[in-house]
Design a protein around this ligand. Structure first.
Ligand code: GLN
Length: 308
């Protein structure tokens, strides 16, 4: 008597619950859909269909992998982020929903700024005449107003690719110290057809950026490793034993990279004071301010000396 989709699902759920998974129902469903290559609706409407013996054995194999701790996104090879599907494997950290906040914050900031610019066109843009004025207030990006965004430690590319998707005027530079992470990120950029607006560079933090970008970067995003190595044993094995350590752990108190690189937006006229305070702190070998595209010093960037 062949086993049905429902029976396979119920057995999978039990198997995962017994192995300690807190999310056995959704994980069993995702793994079963992966094996059967079915979307959610097809799974639910085909509940009483039999599954092939091959599929059943394959389902057993992925359940065992999961029970041994391998995270579901690595098993199925993908993860959703900002509504986009990203290919992931052990070369990169799995995108987390909390990182979506960072992407949303940048997208909102850019939106506010573009609306502000549309409401009060700069003298340079009004000087371009009538044709230009029809664009004011529309959602079309001004072809002359390039937005430069940097994603440090891009990993799967989830931040860089989402920003390129959501900000059609953005030119994105994405760095990573891991060459193999960059391979994954490049494939994700191609998959979402934004490869032509993202430049991937291998290296630490801002180091590999081309010099001509100095003073032209509008926003720096990043989700650096910040778990202190001393907390390794306390982490769930999914992270501890499966995700790339270089993406997760940092020596010391966990804010070493944040101390190495700080980029923050400031109000008009504040950049010098903030930069002065940061330089006075003595922790930063290099403090710079970056102008926005109307020429206002808008972002203060501090970089710590490579190694003290
Ligand atoms: N930027 C990627 C992410 O947010 C990778 C981050 C990392 O590897 N630390 O998922």
């Amino acid at each position: 008597m062949p086993i049905t989709v429902r029976e396979a699902y119920l057995q999978g759920r039990e198997h995962l619950a017994a192995s300690g998974s807190a999310e056995a129902p959704i994980e069993a469903e995702v793994l079963l859909r992966h094996v059967l290559q079915l979307d959610r609706a097809a799974l639910y409407t085909g509940w009483d269909r039999p599954i092939s013996e091959d599929a059943w054995h394959q389902f057993q194999r992925v359940l065992d992998e999961r029970a041994r701790g391998r995270p579901v996104p690595y098993i199925v090879g993908q993860r959703e982020f900002m509504g986009f599907t990203f290919a992931v494997d052990e070369r990169v950290m799995i995108p987390r929903p909390e990182t979506e906040v960072l992407v949303e914050c940048i997208v909102e900031w850019v939106g506010r700024r573009e609306r502000g610019n549309a409401a009060a066109p700069t003298p340079a843009s009004s000087a371009r005449g009538g044709a230009r004025e029809r664009d004011v207030g529309s959602r079309l990006p001004d072809p002359g107003s390039r937005l430069f965004v940097v994603d440090v430690g891009t990993g799967s590319g989830c931040i860089a690719v989402s920003l390129a998707q959501l900000l059609p005027s953005a030119i994105v530079f994405a760095t990573d110290i891991s060459m193999e992470a960059l391979e994954v990120a490049r494939a994700n950029a191609a998959r979402h057809r934004v490869g032509n607006r993202i430049t991937f560079l291998q290296g630490d933090l801002l180091a590999p950026l081309p010099p001509h970008l100095a003073g032209r970067v509008d926003a720096v995003a990043g989700n650096p490793p910040y778990v202190p190595v001393s907390q390794r044993a306390a982490l769930p094995r999914e992270i501890r034993d499966f995700e790339p350590p270089v993406a997760v752990f940092i020596d010391g108190d966990g804010i070493a990279v944040h101390r190495q690189l700080i980029a923050m937006e400031v109000g008009a006229g504040q950049a010098d004071d903030v930069a002065g305070a940061m330089a006075g702190d003595g922790k930063y070998a290099r403090v710079r301010t970056l102008a926005d595209y109307s020429g206002i010093q808008r972002v203060v960037v501090g970089e710590r000396a490579a190694s003290p």
